[in-house]
Write a protein that binds this ligand. Structure first.
Ligand SMILES: Nc1nc2c(ncn2[C@@H]2O[C@H](COP(=O)(O)OP(=O)(O)OP(=O)(O)O)[C@@H](O)[C@H]2O)c(=O)[nH]1
Ligand SMILES: [Zn+2]
Length: 346
């Protein structure tokens, strides 16, 4: 601070982009303003400020790869011309994953998420069950409400595929399903209404129609980082860049470029079971109370899968996720998987 200059009060804002040494912060937080506007307050103008990261933020990583992520609410201080992030406020939740196959730390992709839309297309390309099941499991692990989007409904003339996949996911309590088509406009208004004023992650395989859906919501809203995905394909980059994109209708959408395989961090074998709530009623009938539904005799989940009562794809996804979890990780059947995730500062 130079002489004669007064230190300004701290500013609160939301991180929308993270670069190597600076973060881009929307001030004031538009989500808070949007909520206040619903009660009659005026919507203030939003400014995107660049703020430096204090070195001490990197000192308490608590096993995480990154000290700050998009979606974080931060307190910034102005000292003369300099802005710096003084504090990352406690997170309500976050979406994280194992950083990479060479780096076992947890990478936080986005913090303070209201909802995740898993966008799958019913046809061209066909619906990806494994990918869907993994992200639904991750959402449950991180306590993020998920909405399943069946896009390209126009290609499913007789609703055969839609009915089939509705059936697959019917056993998951609280999972909402939205049917959309950017060709005949089905579900677009409903999607808009759900996005308004919220922080939403849009996730799904390539070609499912994420960009088309966004374009139907706000023409010109591009969430692609062409250059970066090109780097990804060549394997030159190991970092994933997500950004929060502010929508005209209020709220943000988040892209998750380059994320093909999603491995939730910190899972033990006993946790995986609880990420498939549609198995619960069968699980209660397994011969062993701590059955992992993998190899144990008298497993009611395996029997239910055989009898077609648990969809094959759900059981296969469960086994593949279970398979990845370190078998030596502490196994505690009494563990409480519904515990709050670690909401530490970073
Ligand atoms: N018939 C039909 N085609 C669609 C629909 N939505 C998108 N498409 C088409 O599907 C193709 C892929 O759509 P995109 O929006 O680029 O898909 P994306 O999920 O953003 O794909 P990536 O950018 O690779 O992640 C394009 O040719 C779209 O025109 C739909 O509802 N119905
Ligand atoms: Zn079992």
């Amino acid at each position: 601070m130079t002489e004669g200059q007064e230190k300004q009060p701290p500013l609160l804002g939301r991180v929308v982009r993270v670069d190597a040494k600076v973060v881009h912060v929307d001030v004031p937080d538009p989500i808070a303003s949007f909520a206040a506007a619903a009660d009659g307050a005026d919507l203030p103008e939003v400014e995107t400020l660049l703020a430096a990261l204090r070195g001490s933020l990197f000192e308490e990583l608590d096993g995480k790869k990154n000290p700050i992520s998009v979606g974080d609410l931060v307190r910034i201080e102005r000292d003369g011309d300099q802005l710096s992030v003084e504090e990352v406020l406690p997170r309500r939740n976050y979406l994280g994953r194992v950083a990479s196959s060479h780096d076992p730390r947890e990478q936080v992709l986005v913090a303070n998420v209201d909802q995740l839309f898993m966008v799958g297309s019913l046809k061209n390309p066909g619906f990806s069950s494994n990918r869907t099941d993994r992200i639904l499991a991750a959402c449950r692990w991180h306590e993020i409400p998920a909405v399943l989007v069946f896009n390209k409904a126009d290609l499913d003339k007789k609703n055969v595929l839609m009915d089939k996949y509705r059936g697959t996911y019917a056993g998951i309590p609280d999972l909402e399903i939205l049917v959309t088509s950017t060709v005949d406009g089905r579900g677009i208004e409903e999607l808009k209404a759900r996005l308004r004023g919220k922080v939403s992650v849009l996730y799904g395989p390539s070609g499912a129609g994420k960009s088309s859906l966004l374009n139907a919501i706000q023409p010109g809203l591009k969430i692609k980082e062409g250059k970066i995905s090109a780097y990804w394909k060549q394997g030159k980059h190991t970092t994933t860049y997500s950004r929060l994109h502010r929508m005209d209708l209020g709220g943000y959408v988040v892209d998750t470029p380059g994320i093909r395989v999603f491995r939730p961090h910190g899972l033990t074998r006993s946790h995986v079971r609880d990420l498939f709530p549609d198995f619960a009623k069968f699980q209660a009938l397994c011969a062993y109370a701590n059955c992992t539904h993998d190899h144990e005799p008298g497993c009611a989940v395996a029997d239910a899968s055989e009898a077609g009562l648990v969809p094959d794809t759900r059981y296969a996804s469960y086994l593949s996720l279970l398979d990845e979890v370190d078998p030596d990780a502490a196994y505690d059947p009494n563990e409480q998987p519904d515990e709050e995730p670690d909401l530490g500062l970073v």
